[in-house]
Design a protein around this ligand. Structure first.
Ligand code: ZN
Ligand code: ZN
Length: 155
């Protein structure tokens, strides 16, 4: 298996799982096998899956898991900062446990959400009047259109 490492923290999957366990303990959240499995599934995926997709994947290992549990767990991950809801998700929320700075391109046709990283996008300035008005927690550049595959099909 290819070791996926987080460039910000330089951590592999196992270390990130441990960091997540610690985060749960800090917040007095129970570290259940199901919760860990949801986090791991998200961590290992580059698809930005929604609750439904994570549920379908985990059902094989946890026949008793419910879509509702998966959904609530994903929202909890978002609450504690272990993952986030991908912007512009629109219909059903999609999630991302990759906390390394990156941007998203979403295909309006096949709904793929593809990671990319363009350094200039990391340092966009927020106008002072907005800084005064809001407490900005996260900023990102988000692109939407036809992906490489759908673009060729369009022709
Ligand atoms: Zn597409
Ligand atoms: Zn992403």
């Amino acid at each position: 298996m290819r070791g996926k490492t987080n460039a910000t923290t330089g951590l592999g999957i196992e270390e990130q799982m441990n960091a997540f366990r610690a985060k749960c303990h800090q917040r007095s959240l129970k570290v259940t096998p199901q919760r860990m499995a949801v986090y791991k599934a998200l961590l290992e995926s580059t698809e930005h899956p929604g609750a439904e997709a994570v549920f379908r994947q985990l059902r094989e290992t946890f026949p008793s898991i419910s879509l509702d549990t998966v959904n609530r767990t994903l929202l909890t991950l978002n609450d504690i900062g272990a993952a986030f809801v991908v912007e512009g998700s629109g219909d059903a929320k999609r999630f991302d446990a990759n906390l390394k700075i990156h941007q998203h391109f979403k295909c309006v046709k096949c709904k793929r959400i593809i990671d990319f990283h363009h350094e200039a996008f990391d340092s966009i300035d927020i106008p002072e009047n907005l800084m005064a008005r809001f407490a900005v927690l996260r900023k990102t550049v988000y692109l939407e259109g036809y992906c490489d595959l759908c673009k060729t099909k369009q022709k």
